[in-house]
Design a protein around this ligand. Structure first.
Ligand SMILES: C[S@@+](CC[C@H](N)C(=O)[O-])C[C@H]1O[C@@H](n2cnc3c(N)ncnc32)[C@H](O)[C@@H]1O
Length: 393
């Protein structure tokens, strides 16, 4: 029989040991607020694993979840919470993150969290009531517009992925305040902590993350092309209107040419670093993914996979030619296991030798450049009508 308090303690101990939690206020909040009241239908052993737990599915895709505790902790540290602050969260979900934040800002602070679906709002309210976090306000609304009624905020956090900084988040943040959000940058997601610096937002820290995408008015331009006759095989590109889906599907069935890069990697550095390197250099940068029970049998080279659920690879798609990074042929992904290094391969398809050769060179150049990571990134966000020459100041 699983012992909830012991499992809870062990999870927080592990987050502290791994350095995901360093701020004593965040540690106190994680120790004080259990996760299981926010996931009442999930077995305790699952609840206290360091994993994201989907809570609402549409067409086999999670549209709400309780985020992985490690990234929650990392983002809360990026947010620099203190007692008395006024905070807006976009993406209430289960309400767990809001409860943690409410614990830190305390009785003198204000915590408003919002979500787009009324069932999620009702659920978050019920979970928060169950742990006595009755001061948290849960609001139904589109977070792309922020929540002007509660502005200005000292902190705004998104626990859902954005493709750009919405004007509302900027205008509802106090000067000197912090905005932390998962932002898509060149095909990979980064959790960016921005500080409001008057006429622009300046990044204070950047780390890797994976979140579902924002819905509603600020959902961003479409990037997805469905391939084949099920919606379970998808290509994500910058200009989906330019893709002939039938031809792309055919291309995936063509005979592959596999190339060895001679570069040994772990999964994390591919997603966190190499993907951005490629996306900044290749206009045809893409992700290919298959979801659902048939994911393993779909024509997706295996870079990331959860057997029977998911498979994806990043690469370049150019209509008659496509190439993808992948694990060595026959090597299975280490889902849930300790990451172990593998030699990165490139799979070329169609007239793939050219794109394949380029990916190979990119991988080697990235390796020689020291595999630059997210922590070295510096980002400034400016309103779209500000001339870039203003950067020189
Ligand atoms: C990963 S979950 C958030 C997890 C949550 N913070 C928790 O602790 O359980 C992302 C949430 O963002 C919500 N969401 C998506 N688009 C939104 C929008 N435009 N405004 C507000 N919430 C949105 C989803 O409905 C989903 O519940």
């Amino acid at each position: 029989m699983a012992d909830g308090p012991a499992l809870h303690r062990a999870l927080v101990d592990a987050l502290v040991r791994r350095g995901a939690i360093t701020d004593s206020r965040i540690e106190t909040a994680f120790r004080a607020v259990p996760r299981h009241p926010f996931l009442p239908d999930v077995p305790l052993a699952e609840v206290y694993r360091d994993q994201a737990i989907p809570t609402k599915m549409v067409d086999g895709e999670a549209i709400s979840s309780s985020s992985q505790p490690e990234i929650m902790a990392t983002m809360l540290e990026q947010l620099r919470l203190e007692p008395g602050l006024r905070v807006l969260e976009v993406g209430a979900g289960t309400g767990y993150n809001a409860a943690l934040m409410a614990h830190v800002v305390g009785e003198t602070g204000t915590l408003i969290t919002m979500d787009v679906d009324d069932d999620l709002v009702d659920g978050a309210r019920a979970h928060l009531a169950a742990v006595g976090a009755t001061r948290v306000q849960v609001v139904l609304g589109d977070g792309g517009l922020g929540y002007p009624d509660g502005a200005p905020y000292d902190r705004i956090i998104l626990t859902v992925g954005a493709w750009d900084v919405a004007p509302a988040w900027w205008s509802q943040l106090r000067p000197g305040g912090r905005l932390v959000l998962p932002l898509t940058i060149g095909g990979s997601q980064k959790s960016v902590a921005f500080v409001h610096a008057g006429d622009h937002l300046a990044s204070a820290s950047v780390t890797d993350c994976v979140f579902m995408r924002l819905r509603g008015s600020f959902a961003g331009p479409p990037t997805r092309v469905d391939l084949g006759d099920t919606p379970n095989l998808r290509l994500y590109v910058r200009d989906p209107a330019a893709v002939d889906a039938a031809a792309a599907y055919q291309l995936l069935q063509s005979a592959p040419v596999d190339l060895r890069t001679g570069v040994s990697v772990v999964e994390r550095e591919v997603a966190g670093s190499l993907v951005l390197w490629i996306a900044l250099r290749e206009p045809g940068f893409c992700w290919l993914e298959a979801i659902g029970a048939e994911a393993d049998t779909q024509p997706v080279p295996q870079l990331y996979a959860v057997p029977g659920k998911y498979r994806s690879a990043a690469g370049v798609f150019e209509g008659t030619s496509a190439s993808f990074f992948m694990r060595p042929p026959g090597d299975s992904a280490s889902a849930g296991a300790e990451p172990r290094p593998f030699e990165l391969y490139v799979r070329g398809l169609g007239e793939g030798v050219e794109t394949g050769g380029r990916l190979l060179e990119h991988a080697r150049a990235w390796n020689l450049a020291g595999r630059p990571g997210s922590d070295g990134l510096r980002i400034r966000a400016l309103p779209i009508d500000v001339r870039l020459t203003a950067w020189g100041r």
